[in-house]
Design a protein around this ligand. Structure first.
Ligand code: HEM
Length: 446
């Protein structure tokens, strides 16, 4: 049995540099050269295997007890804390997921419908005919308003606004190009005060934590009514021994949800707006479908529209928000796709590579929502939200947001791209998003 599949040529430092600064270029180049499974030697003793083969990914998810994830997320932990779902494995991870799940499913999820449409109308209402706006900024505002409602919706308005603006500026720092460099060079992660990006990030992080702490204390003192937002549910939850979550745990999980839910959804919405307006026939079909929805019907009906659903799926197929899923680190020797991997080997399923396969998605580089009308894909052929036990916790909320925000904008506004040209994908902190944020202009109301 072979030990490692298709080792990439060249010095480890160069491989790591390419992967860090141009992940999509790195994946495209090596997929062409080595096929759908290849190995990066990031140092003499560390190997990282990239997998773009659906069968191998299925095998990996089937053998998930052979892998850990939480113990490897060192960089992410700097932002969300040690008590985050992202830092956990095994039993503790399963228990925590169960606890966090309810606000993201069923009737509770449905209850956010109106809030999402209202937030969209409020932000889109600021657009003026003939005036340019950056789509990515607008989408971020809409998504932040929604996620704040899910997480802290029962808080007092003034407190809520203060926190929302702090979180927004925290993310602005995280997304700056200068800050991205600190993610990859540990020696730059020093708090030398507010004139360094790291110092600025830390200052805001401390302020956010302090505000969250104050809210937790306020709710404890006024515990006569149980709040129905995520913080309320987490504060009411008890483990088997009757133990409540500690304050640090509550705060870390709130950060985790904000971290996982904001930039991801905002980037995909921006790509969707770009593709819809880059392809006039797609825009036209969507408008027709939306116009057929009765004006007095339930807003939730929008989420059932088949062409809108296909447009969202196709956007998620073409545009990765991260270069791979979370890492899977072998905790024992394990065989995948005929290769034997030693403990500590890192395996990364890469949805982007699977989504670019011509055998699954003919003309894969073109935006064609129709492909999702005629065919169903398995969860190993189509996996924008990852899979197995780490599958995205906010998937259903993200899908709801995508459909409602796009549906609301397209039914009410005529928009166009300022420049009708291809846009490249760029890393902003942990997330990949359209370079320049996509400038758009409102040409009229409908
Ligand atoms: C379009 C939007 C989104 C995309 C494409 C996306 C994608 C992903 C992916 C690929 C993963 C890793 C899965 C794996 O390793 O198998 C993930 C994990 C996660 N996502 Fe999302 N996500 C989105 C929105 C959200 C939202 C809205 C939230 C929360 C409100 C969220 C919370 C999380 C959390 C907490 C995890 C970690 C799950 C765990 O470790 O068990 N995501 N997401």
């Amino acid at each position: 049995m072979d030990q490692l599949p298709n080792c990439i040529d060249g010095p480890p430092w160069l491989q790591l540099l390419n992967w860090t600064f141009d992940p999509i270029g790195f994946l495209d180049k090596n997929y062409q050269k080595y096929g759908d499974i290849f190995t990066m030697r990031s140092s003499a003793s560390n190997s990282c295997i990239f997998i773009g083969n659906p069968h191998a990914i299925q095998e990996l998810f089937d053998k998930e007890s052979n892998f850990d994830t939480g113990r490897n997320n060192a960089e992410i932990k700097l932002f969300v804390g040690q008590n985050s779902l992202l830092s956990m494995d095994g039993k503790r991870h399963r228990r925590e997921r169960k606890l966090l799940m309810p606000p993201f499913h069923g009737e509770r999820l449905k209850s956010y419908t109106q809030q999402i449409c209202l937030a969209t109308e409020r932000i889109a209402g600021q657009w003026r005919v003939g005036k340019t706006f950056v789509a990515h900024h607008a989408m971020r505002e809409i998504v932040l308003a929604t996620i704040m409602k899910v997480v802290l919706g029962s808080s007092q308005v003034q407190y809520y606004r203060q926190l929302q603006s702090l979180i927004s500026s925290w993310f602005n720092i995280l997304n700056s190009p200068l800050f991205s460099i600190t993610l990859f060079f540990a020696f730059l992660r020093k708090d030398f005060g507010t004139w360094t990006p790291w110092g600025q990030m830390k200052k805001r992080q401390r302020k956010i934590r302090k505000l969250l702490q104050e809210e937790i204390e306020y709710r404890r003192k006024n515990s006569n009514e149980q709040k129905q937002d995520l913080l309320g549910l987490m504060m009411a939850a008890r483990d088997k021994s009757g133990q409540a979550m500690a304050d640090d745990e509550l705060i870390d999980e709130l950060f985790t949800i904000l971290f996982g839910g904001l930039e991801t959804t905002a980037a995909i919405l921006t790509w969707a707006l770009y593709e819809i307006h880059y392809n006039p026939d797609v825009c036209e079909k969507l408008r027709q479908e939306l116009d057929d929805v009765e004006s007095n019907s339930d807003l939730f009906e929008i989420t059932q529209l088949s062409y809108l659903t296909a447009v969202c799926k196709e956007t998620l197929r073409m545009y990765p928000i991260s270069a791979g899923t979370l890492d899977r680190i072998a905790n024992s020797s394990v065989e995948i796709a005929g290769y034997l991997f030693e403990p500590e080997t890192v395996l990364i399923p890469v949805p982007y590579l699977v989504h670019c396969r011509e055998d699954l998605y003919p003309d894969a580089r073109s935006f064609k929502p129709e492909r999702f009308l005629g065919r169903r894909y398995s969860s190993f052929e189509y996996l924008p939200f990852g899979g197995g036990s780490r599958r995205c916790l906010g998937e259903a909320l993200a899908q709801l947001e995508l459909k409602l925000v796009l549906g609301t904008i397209l039914s009410k506004y005529q928009l166009s791209l300022v420049a009708h040209k291809p846009v490249s994908i760029r890393r902003y902190g942990f997330i990949m998003a359209p370079k320049g944020g996509i400038k758009m202009v409102m040409t009229g109301k409908r």
